[in-house]
Design a protein around this ligand. Structure first.
Ligand code: E4P
Length: 232
């Protein structure tokens, strides 16, 4: 499963892209509205940083407006994927954009029935919002499982788990066979954490320090490697 970052913050993308785990990003009007600066520059910069698909959302509520906005957004950068909210108008816009060769992320999908329609309309990504389902006491894992099963193993549309609130949402999405999960920085940072990892690192460092001659040996090895590289 690929991991995307769900944010409008260039600084956050810069920080987390440096880990080498991001394949793309998703934004939405709420996330971009929190950021100072020009949205076009923000989207283009995120595209460069993740070097993969970056969803940018249309805000019109009728088909023609969605298509016009979608074409404009797609023109910002070759990595832009147009995010279209689920609705009758959104389905029609998805069909039109997809026919133009523009990739669409159909967003705000909360059921397998909606996912089937989104996939039929030609969406490249079908975004199911796990956190918002859990917020209303609907089992997000069960809905996501239905979506994955309904679209089938040979699906063309990729199932994108969105609205992640904690690391287990990402794990559930991966176990169910989703192609992508998009997570805010907070959740991605939480995925790093395990007390046994911290304890283990401290223990290895302390044990190594107990043999100072080993430290000198490693320094020598590094210097040797650097000298050899310099002669190449
Ligand atoms: C996904 O593409 C959406 O931007 C996002 O995951 C929404 O998450 P929220 O429910 O935390 O707003």
């Amino acid at each position: 499963m690929k991991l995307f970052i769900d944010t409008g913050s260039v600084a956050e993308v810069e920080e987390i892209a440096a880990w080498g785990v991001l394949s793309g990003a998703t934004t939405n009007p709420t996330l971009l509205a929190k950021e100072p600066g020009d949205p076009a520059e923000i989207i283009a910069r995120i595209c460069e940083l993740v070097d993969g698909p970056v969803s940018a959302e249309v805000v019109s509520d009728e088909t023609e407006g969605m298509v016009t906005e979608g074409r404009a957004l797609a023109g910002l950068h070759r990595h832009v994927v147009v995010k279209v909210p689920f609705s009758e108008a959104g389905l029609a816009a998805t069909r039109e954009l997809a026919s133009d060769g523009i990739r669409v992320n159909m967003t705000l999908v909360f059921s397998a029935a909606q996912a089937l329609l989104a996939a039929e309309a030609g969406a490249t990504y079908v975004s199911c919002f796990m956190g918002r389902l859990d917020d209303i006491a609907v089992d997000a894992g069960a809905v996501l499982e239905e979506i994955v099963e309904a679209l089938g193993p040979d699906r063309e549309a990729q199932v994108l788990a969105a609205s992640l609130r904690h690391p287990m949402h990402a794990v559930t999405a991966a176990r169910l066979g989703c192609e992508v999960a998009t997570a805010p920085g907070k959740v991605l940072r939480a995925m790093l954490a395990h007390p046994l990892t911290d304890q283990g690192i401290e223990r290895f460092a302390a044990d190594w320090r107990s043999r100072p001659e080993f430290g000198e040996w490693l320094q020598g090895l590094v210097a040797q490697g650097a000298a050899t590289a310099g002669t190449r």
